[in-house]
Every structure is written in structure tokens, then in C-alpha cells.
Design a protein around this ligand. Structure first.
Ligand code: UGA
Length: 445
């Protein structure tokens, strides 16, 4: 099948490259000509595990990048819209979506063959039907349904695992305006024969995406609230509490010989310093604001955001317990990215923690295996000392604060044990053995 993917951000490019790998002929469209040149040379403008190899394999044969949206629409049967939908604090910004919908509509004016337009960007329920479709119709002078197809196909790609998530999907959700659009969308995913496909309308598909992310975010804030209560309670460790909760057979089903299946989503029921990234905070806030616009108070999701915003304060409170004044205290921050295996610092809990510590006059050293450049963009080059290795970061701290679950930090006990005196260790992700250190503080204990 011939497909055009509009937008070469992490969703668009991963989708385009993976669809080419599945055997489709793909045009990746972007307005950024620098990106287009890079893609056509087999260079990925973003860092995503496994993407570079697949791009190199398919570029020039099944995959081409272009700025010519009209030609891409004319030469393909289906277009995926994968442009950004940033949240402006009140609602998601649909200007990129609107612009692309108009351009596709323009192109459809002069195309006689049937074409299906599919929204892949995360948008609030109703956007495809009430914003995208009318723009396509007015720009093309044609009617959705009889003249062209429209659909919504949310993505479920984790940053850092996006290629694996695309090539081995757990589900495919297809929202469509009619059966003809749906059958073209099904053909796109025909290579995934045994994957569960949920076919529905576009509005439901849009709601599924927000609901999926909101559930995971809710689990994190729930665990953090319980963790904070455990800390106040004393002699109760949230990790043990959650182990007890995990043993519920509805969360970890018992199969033959008493063996348990531990679904990976249960890792979201672990206390920590909060969630971040470009998806959870934005999507939960957008769903709240959408709900309120319809008169639904969205009290639970409001609380999910409030708990998350307050969570970095737990880190500061643990430091204050040991240092009445943080002025001049040497503190090492381990982990800057919002999660491991990425340099993305958007909405990372490290940002409010570092900002507060700088305001209090602490002397900061930071180490992250890949996010140093991003941190420098946010905090400048001189406010924080950036260590090259984990060992260097441990040269002289009075306290070490772990904020990202990088595997490399598992080595911390071995490096800290010989130090005399040992620094205070604050475990913001509960990934360390609390008994391995002389002075340890963790979230939720
Ligand atoms: C998330 C969803 O997991 C994807 O299914 C979805 O497609 C994507 O958003 C999106 O909307 O595009 P992502 O933001 O890349 O993916 O990251 P996650 O790995 O889910 O992590 C999100 C936050 O949850 C991070 O701050 C992370 O530290 C935290 N987290 C993650 C946990 O606290 N526990 C975990 O077990 C995993």
C-alpha cells in the first residue's frame, strides 16, 4: 500500500519507517527541509532505539522524505496526520493539525482517486469529526464519506521503545467515519494478523488514547499518595505495601504450579518522585480541560496532577531533614531525563528539584548518561557542574539524589560503600537496596 505520513516527529518518523519496514511505500512529509535532507540521507533527526537501522534499510527504496505534501497525497492511498498538539495550559493547540488538514484538502481537490485521511496525533474527542473533517471538506470542495475517507488511529508508542511498540503492537485502534475508510485502514495494518484490532468511531478512538494514558498516570499518583502516607506513618515501607498489593491474583494471576504472571503495568504502581514526559502531564491536563468544558468536574484526574506536581517536594523535605539549611550543601543529582533510555527532559521531576535547590543556594553536580546537553539548555553551563561519569559525580557530595531509574545507578552501593563518611542517599525511584548505605532516605518509607 502507498502511504503518506505528515510530520516527522517521533510519532510520524517512527510510524513512517516502521510502515516501510512492513512493506508499504511511504512518503514522509515535513516543512523542515533540513530534516527531509537528513532522512533522505538515512540520518534520523531524533534519537530512538532501533530507528536508525530501519531507516537506513528502507530509505531510497520504500521510504522517501519530501516537503511536497500535494504530490505525497496524490501518489498515496492514505495519509496519516502526525503533527504535534502542544498543550497551552488551557487546551491543546490544534494549529498544526488545522494547517495540515487544509493542505491535504487542497490536494484532494485535484485528486480523483479515493483517499483516506487518518489522524494519528493525540487529540481530544471530537477533533477529527468537528475540526479535521470540515477543514478537509471546505478545502477540497468534496464530502467525507462518498468522496474521501476519514479516520483516527491513536499511537501507543513509549519513547525509547517506540520501534518495538510499533512493530509488536499490543492493540490497534481504528476509528473510522464509514466501512470503506475502515477497510483501507485495516489494509495498512494487515501485516499484523494476530493483533487485537478494535474498530470504532473516531471520537471513541480519541477517548481511548487519553484514557489509556490517564489510567497509568493515575496509578503513579495513587502509589505516590500512599507512599507519602507510609512515610508519615513510620515503620511502613511503601515498597512492601505495594508488594502485598501486587500479590492480589487480579493483578498478578496465578497460573499452573502456583506460578504468577506479573504484568508489566504493575511497575506503574511503584512510588517515586513523579511522572513527566511529553505525554502523561499533557494528556491528563487536556482530558481534564475537555471534561470541564462539558461540565464534568474531573476531580480524580485533577488530583492526579496535583499529587504529581507536589511530589518533587518530597525530595526537598528529605534533604531538609538532614540539612536545616541547604545553602552551600554539595548535592549530586543522578538522573535528569524524565525516564531512562532518553535524553528528554520535558516535565522531568528533576527540573523543579534542581530549581528549588539552586534557589536555596545548594552547590549542584549532576550526572545523566545522555541528558546533559538538554539540562545545559535549561539551566545554562555554569549553574551546575556536570560530571562525565557516575564515579566523577561522587567526588565530594554531602548528599546524592537519585531521580531517574537508569540501570547504571544500580552500581551506586558499590561506589559509595568505601566512602568515609558516606553521603546521604536520597532514592527518588526506590531502585536501591536501602540496607546498602549508612544514610538512606527513600520515597514512601
Ligand atoms: C506514554 C505511554 O506509556 C505510551 O503508551 C503512550 O503511547 C505515550 O505515553 C504517548 O502518549 O505517546 P512515555 O511518555 O514515553 O509513554 O513513557 P512511559 O514509559 O509510560 O513513562 C511515563 C512516565 O511514567 C515517566 O515519567 C516514568 O518515569 C513513569 N513511569 C513509567 C513509572 O513511574 N513507572 C513505570 O513503570 C513506567
Amino acid at each position: 500500500m502507498k502511504v503518506s505520513v505528515i510530520g516527522t516527529g517521533y510519532v510520524g518518523l517512527v510510524s513512517g519507517v516502521c510502515l516501510a519496514e512492513l512493506g508499504h511505500t511511504v512518503f514522509c512529509v515535513d516543512v523542515d527541509t533540513v530534516k527531509i535532507d537528513q532522512i533522505n540521507q538515512g540520518i534520523t533527526p531524533i534519537h530512538e532505539k532501533g530507528l536508525a537501522d530501519l531507516l537506513k534499510k528502507n530509505v531510497g527504496s520504500r521510504l522517501t522524505a519530501t516537503a511536497d505534501l500535494e504530490r505525497a497525497v496524490h501518489e498515496t492511498e492514505l495519509s496519516l496526520i502526525a503533527v504535534g498538539t502542544p498543550f497551552d495550559g488551557q487546551e491543546i493547540d490544534l494549529s498544526y493539525i488545522r494547517h495540515v488538514a487544509e493542505k491535504i484538502g487542497d490536494a484532494l481537490k485535484s485528486k480523483s482517486a479515493y483517499h483516506v485521511v487518518v489522524v494519528k496525533s493525540t487529540v481530544v474527542p471530537g477533533t477529527t469529526d468537528t475540526v479535521v473533517t470540515p477543514l478537509l471538506e471546505s478545502a477540497s470542495g468534496k464530502k467525507a464519506g462518498p468522496d474521501f475517507g476519514v479516520g483516527m488511529n491513536p499511537e501507543f508508542l513509549r519513547e525509547g521503545e517506540a520501534v518495538v511498540d510499533f512493530m509488536s503492537p499490543d492493540r490497534i485502534v481504528l476509528g473510522a467515519c464509514d466501512t470503506r475508510s475502515l477497510s483501507v485502514m485495516q489494509a495498512l495494518y494487515a501485516p499484523f494478523e494476530s493483533v487485537d484490532i478494535l474498530s470504532t468511531n473516531s471520537k471513541t478512538a480519541e477517548m481511548i488514547k487519553y484514557t489509556a494514558n490517564s489510567l497509568l498516570a493515575t496509578m503513579i499518583s495513587f502509589s505516590n499518595e500512599v507512599g507519602n502516607l507510609c512515610k508519615k506513618t513510620g515503620k511502613v515501607d511503601v515498597t512492601e505495601v505495594m508488594q502485598g498489593v501486587h500479590l492480589d491474583k487480579r493483578l498478578s494471576p496465578i497460573i499452573d504450579n502456583g506460578r504468577r504472571i506479573v504484568p508489566s503495568f504493575t511497575t506503574y504502581i511503584e512510588a517515586g518522585c513523579g511522572f513527566g514526559g511529553s505525554c502523561f502531564p499533557k494528556d491528563v491536563k487536556a482530558l481534564i480541560s475537555y471534561g470541564k468544558s462539558l461540565g464534568e468536574p474531573m476531580g480524580l484526574l485533577d488530583a492526579v496532577i496535583k499529587v504529581n506536581q507536589a511530589q518533587p517536594r518530597q525530595i526537598i523535605a528529605m534533604l531538609e531533614k538532614h540539612f536545616p539549611s541547604l545553602d552551600g550543601v554539595h548535592i549530586t543529582i543522578l538522573g535528569l531525563a524524565f525516564k531512562p533510555e532518553t535524553d528528554d527532559m520535558r516535565e522531568s521531576p528533576a527540573i523543579p528539584v534542581i530549581q528549588t535547590l539552586l534557589n536555596r543556594g545548594a552547590q549542584l553536580c549532576a550526572f545523566d548518561p545522555v541528558a546533559k546537553d538538554e539540562a545545559m539548555k535549561l539551566f545554562g553551563e555554569d549553574t551546575i557542574q556536570y560530571a562525565k561519569t557516575l564515579g566523577d559525580a561522587l567526588a565530594q557530595p554531602q548528599a546524592v539524589v537519585l531521580l531517574t531509574r537508569w540501570d547504571a545507578f544500580k552500581d551506586l552501593a558499590r561506589l559509595i560503600q568505601p566512602m568515609k563518611p558516606q553521603p546521604l542517599v536520597i532514592d527518588g525511584r526506590r531502585m536501591l537496596d536501602k540496607n546498602a548505605f549508612d544514610r538512606y532516605e527513600g520515597i514512601g518509607m
